[in-house]
Design a protein around this ligand. Structure first.
Ligand code: KIV
Ligand code: NA
Length: 270
């Protein structure tokens, strides 16, 4: 298989082929997901909960993100993996200034990331443009943005009323304009995610709890393997419940994203 790249992802987007993404935090699971054909691996700051036992992603540091990005990147290299590797800029590592964001992104890119992800809209567009102009591909993230959980008042659906939906849409268009090649939409109504996906022709929407119309899907790997310390979110499907081992579950996830059978808007969406 040829390595994934920005042009290949843009081509998939243009052709309407669904993009599959999963989180990965270590070398072994990264290699397994790559072998299953997952196109994008996200070293998500959800590792704060999954690996570190934290209550939120707010406590995850840049040094921890660097450690896990290094591990995932080495795991991919060992198996000559082809996945596109995205790493989250953690809370506090990009909010201060565009220069701070560039320094933090550099740490993750030098650990092997191909793209960085950051949360929020509005002020972030300027930061995204600054990074993209300097050769760092960026994935944006709107809707439920877990780093701001304390400001949002909990892990709940975002963009429900027309006013909130209009703000989200404005932010999404600004982020595309700033050069974000991907946009994670987390916990937004399926209808809103669908209309944003139609409007954003140069930025691939990746949904999580955002319905089936997005250009791609992402899940926390541990969630889709049915191993989760907390309450399983409604938008998750447990691919281990269908029998077989981890490799089979990862393959089944890729197949279900590609053929549109996951997510099922009657079960996994708002
Ligand atoms: O950290 C993470 O796992 C994420 C995904 C849920 C999009 O940001
Ligand atoms: Na994240």
């Amino acid at each position: 298989r040829k390595p994934l790249s920005l042009p290949r992802l843009a081509d998939m987007h243009a052709r309407g082929e669904k993009i599959s993404m999963l989180t990965a935090y270590d070398a072994t699971f990264a290699a397994m997901a790559d072998a299953a054909g997952v196109e994008c691996l996200l070293v998500g700051d959800s590792l704060g909960m999954v690996c570190q036992g934290l209550h939120s992603t707010v406590g995850v540091t840049l040094d921890t993100m660097r450690y896990h990005t290094d591990s995932v990147s080495r795991g991919l290299r060992r198996v000559q993996g082809t996945a596109w590797l995205i790493a989250d800029l953690p809370f506090g590592s990009y909010q201060e200034s565009r220069e701070q964001a560039l320094r933090s992104a550099t740490v993750l890119m030098q650990a092997g990331a191909h793209m960085v992800k950051l949360e929020g809209g509005g002020w972030t567009a300027e930061t995204v443009r600054f990074l993209v102009e300097r050769g760092i591909p960026v994935c944006a993230h709107l809707g439920l943005t877990p780093q701001t959980v304390h400001a949002l008042g909990g892990y709940r659906v975002q963009g429900r009323d027309s006013e909130a939906a209009a703000v989200l849409r404005r932010h999404a268009l600004d982020l595309q304009d700033a050069g974000a090649a991907m946009l994670v939409l987390e916990m937004v109504p399926a209808a809103l995610a669908a209309s944003l996906t139609r409007e954003l022709t140069h930025c691939a929407t990746i949904g999580i709890g955002a319905g089936q119309a997005t250009a791609g899907q992402v899940l926390v790997m541990h969630d889709m393997l049915g191993i989760n310390l907390g309450k399983m979110p409604k938008f998750v499907r447990n691919f281990m419940a269908e029998g077989g081992g981890i490799a089979e579950a990862l393959h089944a996830y890729v197949r279900a994203v590609k053929d549109g059978s996951f997510p099922d808007d009657r079960l996994h969406a708002w």
